[in-house]
Design a protein around this ligand. Structure first.
Ligand SMILES: NC(=O)c1ccc[n+]([C@@H]2O[C@H](COP(=O)([O-])OP(=O)(O)OC[C@H]3O[C@@H](n4cnc5c(N)ncnc54)[C@H](O)[C@@H]3O)[C@@H](O)[C@H]2O)c1
Length: 449
């Protein structure tokens, strides 16, 4: 193992605490992990398990697997736990989610049955279309957060974990913007004591994790840890954090197609995206408050990639619309349609139509695994605060407010892979013509830049 940066080895158990442990994404991830560990399935879609890195210049290459190049946690060392507002164990919940077939769940049913959620912190004000039956009680939000901290500590102790990660795979909460209460830790602490309405349950989980020195990932579009108070808290505690909203289906496609349009200087008149989706996530998103959170996350992508201010001729006037329709027969098999009106040479119009018949949780599960392994690595390296090299996985990457987020999937991928190269002690790949003598000379004399 190349580990010249002396990154601490991934020794001992890695506890993974999932918020929303009984949900479609969480159970598909957990069942998949157990299947893979038992040799029943393969980790398709996971960069940490299947991906390689090109190391060296192009005349002298090596292509090690990422998991061999860096000391990532071993899948056998992961211990799963978490919270839900319904008491079903993971086997019951996975059956209800109807993502994986019974024949795939049966061989691991016993292990799944043994994974039971702790009581969650929940308030219907933030997720209108859900009812919680397995919830904590407390006098105020601070007390509830303290109960979550106690859960984290006891899980760590009971499962003999050397490290932990907390990941939000819970439902999408209603939209509300950051405000004064989130501006610093003192105000936030007081806000918890005062039961301030702009402190949602997901924020309490994020706070509890950070307070316990545990990395936190947000897979939903909620504000959660994307507020100055919690980012500063993460930095002060030396904790890496990431988010938000897993980039799985339509936005994944959007962040591949739109950079292509810009790369070729093709114009855009309009992009209409619609989805039908029939799982519980679809039901939650049927509420306008939760949908608004998702819509904000989905809409921001195109403007950032296309830069209408820089290319007014091509992108100033395009119409971008996103719809999500709850349609129960579709279950977890989301169907997305994109109608893209583009224009080329002399303004002649053309169209692209994309019909993506995807499986939401099948696309999300490998992302959950990669994020857990990468953020655990980040913690062992000593990285803290926002991990923007993990933007690759998110629709709406959290970012320092003085920096613009990067949405283009291939730039995100380059950043991720170069970060991994550097962490492993290799040179980042610049994709310049490093073997050309004249070029190399210019580069060394800085004539090119
Ligand atoms: N599947 C994808 O492709 C994808 C992509 C991006 C984001 N997401 C987001 O991931 C989240 C999970 O998606 P899903 O399809 O698994 O939804 P789901 O409805 O099946 O699961 C959510 C789970 O969270 C639980 N929950 C809700 N509030 C909670 C709380 N306060 N504490 C503890 N548990 C709580 C629910 O009981 C449920 O079991 C959603 O927010 C969704 O928008 C999913």
């Amino acid at each position: 193992m190349n580990n010249i940066n002396n990154i601490a080895e991934a020794k001992g158990n890695l506890g993974v605490l999932i918020v929303g442990l009984g949900g479609a994404v969480a159970t598909t991830f957990v069942a998949g992990l157990l299947s893979i560990r038992n040799g029943y399935g393969k980790p398709i879609g996971s960069l940490t398990q299947l991906g390689t890195l090109r190391i060296g210049d192009r005349s002298n290459n090596e292509f090690p697997l990422i998991k061999n190049f860096l000391p990532l946690a071993n899948l056998n060392d992961i211990v799963i736990g978490g919270w839900d507002i319904r008491a079903d164990n993971c086997y019951e919940a996975a059956k209800q989610a109807k993502v994986l077939k019974l024949e795939d769940l049966e061989p691991i049913s016993e292990e799944l049955e043994n994974i039971e959620p702790m009581k969650g912190v929940f308030d219907r004000y933030y997720v209108k279309n859900l009812t919680g039956t397995h919830v904590k009680k407390g006098n105020n939000k601070f007390e509830l957060m303290e109960q979550l901290r106690a859960d984290i500590r006891s899980f760590k102790f009971m499962n003999n974990c050397s490290r932990l990660v907390v990941i939000w795979c819970g439902s999408t909460e209603i939209f509300f913007p950051a405000n004064g209460i989130h501006s610093d830790l003192k105000k936030f602490d007081q806000g918890m004591l005062d039961n301030h309405l702009d402190i949602s349950p997901s924020m309490l989980y994020a706070y509890a994790a950070i307070a316990e020195g545990v990395p936190f990932i947000n897979g939903a579009p909620n504000l959660t840890n994307d507020v100055p108070a919690l980012i500063e808290f993460a930095k002060a505690q030396g904790v890496p954090v990431a988010g938000k909203d897993f980039k799985t289906g339509q936005t994944l496609i959007k962040t591949v197609i739109s950079p292509m349009l810009k790369a070729r200087m093709l114009g855009l008149n309009g992009w209409f995206s619609t989805n039908i989706l029939g799982n519980r996530d679809g039901e939650v998103l049927d509420d306008p408050g939760s949908f608004k959170t998702k819509e904000e996350s989905k809409l921001s992508v195109l403007d950032h990639i296309l830069q209408p201010d820089l290319y007014p001729l091509l992108y100033k006037k395009y119409s971008h619309q996103v719809r999500i329709n709850y349609y129960p027969p579709a279950g977890d098999n989301k169907e997305g349609w994109d109608n893209i009106d583009i224009f080329g040479w002399l303004g002649y119009p053309m169209q692209l139509k994309i019909n993506f018949l995807c499986r939401d949780s099948i696309l999300a599960a490998p992302i959950v695994l990669d994020l857990i392994l990468f953020i655990d690595l980040a913690a062992r390296v000593g990285l803290k605060g926002i991990q923007d090299w993990l933007s690759f996985y998110f629709k709406s990457p959290i970012h320092e407010k003085d920096k613009i987020p990067e949405h283009d999937l291939f730039i995100q991928q380059m950043k991720l892979k170069n970060t991994l190269r550097v962490l492993g002690g290799a040179k980042p790949v610049s994709h310049t013509n490093e073997n050309d003598e004249i070029f190399a000379e210019m580069e060394s004399e800085n004539k090119l830049f």
